[in-house]
Design a protein around this ligand. Structure first.
Ligand SMILES: [Fe+2]
Length: 268
């Protein structure tokens, strides 16, 4: 990853209006944007919520994180929609090896990447196989994520963040001290979404700069206090310097303050 000197920051995000929807992407999309040595993000195209197979007119942005391991393997967290040009760009960075579904909601494009990279390992999150089967999404998971990190353990740590139905494996890239999350924290920029999404996001409190724990996780967190405290203790012990998110604006600075605001002081 030779372009790390061009570290990507949120201030470089350009709002591109899409048609008359008023929603905007984190342009440029489908391009690797380094954030530190051996780690970067790729912003994707719009995704849409579906209910019972019906696509709702509520576009939202999503983002994947790419870590280059010291053996040259690439770890793709929450892969976005497959794009041939992007795949070629990643080939220049390393070997696409790990396709990681951190929770049962972030998996839909893993099958597309696995088709393009048959030697890649598709990592399943809890319940994701059942969800993919129920939705007739073609993806063949090869291995399951577990509490202790597998072959990337020297470079990336992980823990299961409890949240009932919404539980998520969260990751920490040690060298760059980057916390890598999908839905655990949501930090939507209100001027990038349209109504009624904007009002709903405002009510939820999950908007920039006040990003919060995804609301669906909050009650399960209270009910699973011991597990929650263990996960929060681990997050504090990592001392992240930066937080990458799948939805909304990432936290490039003052991660320590953000962690304390959102998760509280380290539990005893
Ligand atoms: Fe999500």
């Amino acid at each position: 990853m030779r372009r790390t000197e061009q570290a990507y920051t949120n201030s470089q995000h350009q709002n591109i209006m899409v048609g008359n929807m008023g929603a905007s992407l984190y342009e440029p999309i489908n391009v690797y944007k380094p954030v530190a040595p051996n780690i970067g993000i790729v912003d994707g195209p719009f995704e849409h919520l579906t209910i019972g197979g019906a696509k709702l007119p509520l576009p939202f942005t999503t983002r994947m994180t790419v870590v280059r391991l010291s053996n040259g393997d690439l770890f793709l967290h929450s892969p976005i929609k497959f794009d041939g040009r992007l795949a070629n760009e990643l080939l220049g960075l390393g070997v696409v090896r790990h396709l990681v579904s951190p929770n049962q909601f972030h998996y839909a494009h893993i099958g597309e990447w696995a088709n393009a990279f048959p030697n890649a390992v598709s990592w399943a999150s809890p319940r994701v196989r059942e969800r993919a089967r129920a939705r007739h999404v073609d993806v063949d998971f090869t291995r399951d994520l577990a509490a202790s990190p597998p072959e990337w353990r020297r470079e990336i740590d992980q823990t299961l963040f409890p949240g009932g139905y919404f539980k998520e494996f969260i990751f920490f890239h040690k060298a760059s001290r980057t916390l890598i999350l999908a839905d655990t924290i949501i930090n939507i920029e209100l001027d990038k979404v349209t109504e009624p999404w904007r009002t709903a996001t405002k009510f939820s409190g999950m908007y920039h700069p006040y990003g919060q724990i995804f609301f669906g996780m909050r009650l399960p967190l209270l009910l699973q206090r011991q597990k929650a405290e263990a996960a929060i203790r681990k997050i504090h012990s990592w001392q992240p310097q930066r937080i990458l998110l799948s939805h909304g604006r990432c936290f490039d600075a003052d991660a320590n303050k953000v962690i304390r605001r959102i998760f509280g002081e380290p539990p005893r």
